[in-house]
Design a protein around this ligand. Structure first.
Ligand SMILES: [Zn+2]
Ligand SMILES: [Zn+2]
Length: 245
């Protein structure tokens, strides 16, 4: 029963759910919105994988030696924060830190996307896309086109503008999610993808030395398995390619 002072529900879909007493779908929608908000906060507030300054330089250098880093790729010292950069790390000028398995600095998150928060970032994109597409459906179901257009604009202009805005956001989220799924599936990063010609450890190889195949790439990205450092993987690839020759 709708109280007499309640505002009318704009969307026929929402009104239908209310009349049928079905609140499961609106509740699910709210939970998805809440989930995407929590993921946004987690990605933007968490440590993206900063290189540990306290382990620098002796301890980390030992770590790298035990990982059998090939001499052909000497680890670089960051010229901004002076830490020894593990393979695939990069300095972020906005964060003023070096980030492990650096992907990109996200202005929307105001944080780097790196080794630790990249899986959550992809989950955030996926959930956000579901919310946006659902919102798009709700906005579309509330739109009715009629003449005169002046009257239509006054009654439905705001809803139509919302629809256009949601369409734009959905397109951006779709493209971002598709590109990140591609990067994850091939075990590369945005930075490595766009700047492979400038990166020493990629310049020496014809292919991607970190690509272990779709299943293992996905398993490592989302579950951390199989474990092992990038340096070890690089060295194994080096051995494999030299045996092939
Ligand atoms: Zn740095
Ligand atoms: Zn950053």
């Amino acid at each position: 029963m709708i109280p007499p002072h309640s505002p009318p529900l704009a969307s026929p879909a929402l009104r239908q759910w209310e009349e049928q007493g079905e609140l499961l779908l609106p509740l699910t929608f709210l939970l998805l919105v809440l989930g995407s908000l929590l993921l946004y906060l987690a990605v933007s507030l968490m440590d993206p994988g900063y290189v540990n300054v306290l382990l620098q330089p002796q301890e980390e250098a030992k770590e790298e030696q035990t990982a059998m880093v090939p001499q052909a790729i000497p680890l670089r010292r960051c010229r901004y924060c002076m830490v020894l950069q593990p393979l695939r790390a990069r300095h972020c000028r906005e964060c003023r830190r070096c980030v492990r398995r650096y992907d990109h600095h996200c202005p929307w998150m105001e944080n780097c996307v790196g080794e630790r928060n990249h899986p959550l970032f992809v989950a955030y994109l996926a959930l956000q896309l579901v919310v946006l597409l659902w919102g798009l459906y709700l906005a579309w179901s509330g739109l009715r086109f009629f003449r005169p257009w002046g009257l239509w604009l006054r009654s439905s202009g705001l809803l139509f503008a919302t629809f256009l805005l949601l369409s734009l956001f959905s397109l951006v989220a779709s493209l971002l999610l598709a590109s990140h799924l591609y990067l994850v599936a091939s075990n590369t990063t945005t930075w490595e993808f766009i700047s492979s010609h400038r990166i020493a450890y990629l310049r020496q190889r014809p292919g991607n030395p970190f690509d272990r195949g779709l299943t293992r790439n996905l398993a490592h990205f989302f579950c951390g398995w199989p474990s092992g450092s990038w340096e070890t993987l690089w060295a194994e690839e080096e051995e494999g390619s030299s045996q092939d020759v």
